[in-house]
Design a protein around this ligand. Structure first.
Ligand SMILES: [Zn+2]
Length: 145
């Protein structure tokens, strides 16, 4: 693993993705959740329906954004800025917070399992508390009668 991490240090391509994942590579490689979908891979790699990428590979004449008209459309533009994705962004911010930098998004992907687990544990604890209260209320009513 260390060899892999060291080898990525001097990478010339995919720098945005590597800089975000490299510090978390071990955690990323052993995660048992957070599978990569087609769209998540596009956002992580920047290789997808983004003006800059499409222009680079000769599929578009300019790097501009078809969604909002910005001069340069990138995965990060879509994540953080593009007005065409405001509703989706609002949902994402509700789930993972306002930092939509790639390292932060990856941290959120790595933390989703813990988040869900904490939510479930919290729900179970609340349910147990409510059940204990219900039992005490029944006991109290039985004593009064
Ligand atoms: Zn845009």
């Amino acid at each position: 693993m260390e060899l892999w991490v060291d080898g990525l240090a001097g990478a010339e391509h995919g720098v945005r993705t590597i800089q975000a994942i490299r510090p978390r590579l071990h955690q990323w490689s052993v995660r048992k959740y957070g599978s990569l979908t087609f769209r998540i891979t596009q956002v992580l790699s920047g290789h997808g329906c983004f003006g800059r990428y499409l222009c680079r590979i000769g599929r578009e004449e300019t790097a501009s954004c078809h969604g909002c008209g910005a001069e340069e459309d990138t995965a990060q533009h879509t994540l953080e800025v593009c007005t065409a994705w405001s509703n989706e962004r609002r949902t994402l911010v509700t789930e993972i917070g306002g930092d939509l930098s790639l390292p932060s998004v990856i941290d959120a992907m790595l933390g989703i399992f813990l988040f869900v687990l904490n939510k479930k544990v919290g729900w179970i604890a609340k349910s147990l508390t409510m059940e204990q209260k219900r039992i005490k209320d029944v006991e109290k009513m039985n004593k009064e009668n």
